[in-house]
Unconditional design. Structure first.
Length: 157
């Protein structure tokens, strides 16, 4: 269920694989799984996955998203011709909402952040950052009982 809004929070990720792609929403899991496989092939353990939707593209007549994928690992690694390695990613002064529950209702966390910003007349300076915590046992996105553990960050002035 919904937790609460926090303000002034810093999001900090270390040992990050980064990848940007324009894709259909249905393709996101394939990209995430490919990044997890790459990280595991480098003997890394995935801690969190962050998606940043930077825009929407309608060139093909269908909605495609411009998304940055950031995969946080437990140790440094190397990038390749597809994935860039970044030692640290920081987003400061954020409004945050946390959600744990059925994936179908995960958008409530984003809605809660947007409503808080509107109600308090704050000025966002970043796109929405959705951080999915990874189940430590399976190291996959899927969790028991079809549950997600999500945090939504939005930086403000």
């Amino acid at each position: 269920m919904m937790k609460f809004i926090e303000i002034g929070v810093t999001l900090k990720l270390t040992h990050v694989l980064k990848y940007q792609k324009t894709l259909y929403n249905a393709e996101m899991d394939d990209v995430i799984n490919e990044m997890i496989s790459y990280a595991e092939s480098k003997k890394g353990k995935v801690k969190r996955i962050l998606t940043i939707t930077k825009g929407i593209n309608f060139e093909t007549g269908k909605q495609r998203l411009v998304v940055d994928f950031l995969l946080e690992m437990n140790q440094p690694t190397s990038g390749n011709n597809k994935f860039q390695y970044v030692s640290e990613y920081v987003l400061e002064n954020c409004v945050v909402s946390k959600y744990k529950g059925h994936p179908q209702n995960a958008s409530m966390a984003t809605r809660e952040v947007n409503e808080y910003i509107k109600k308090h007349e704050l000025d966002p300076i970043s796109p929405i950052h959705q951080v999915m915590k990874i189940d430590k046992k399976t190291r996959k996105k899927e969790k028991k009982k079809n549950e997600v553990d999500l945090e939504v960050y939005l930086a403000i002035i």
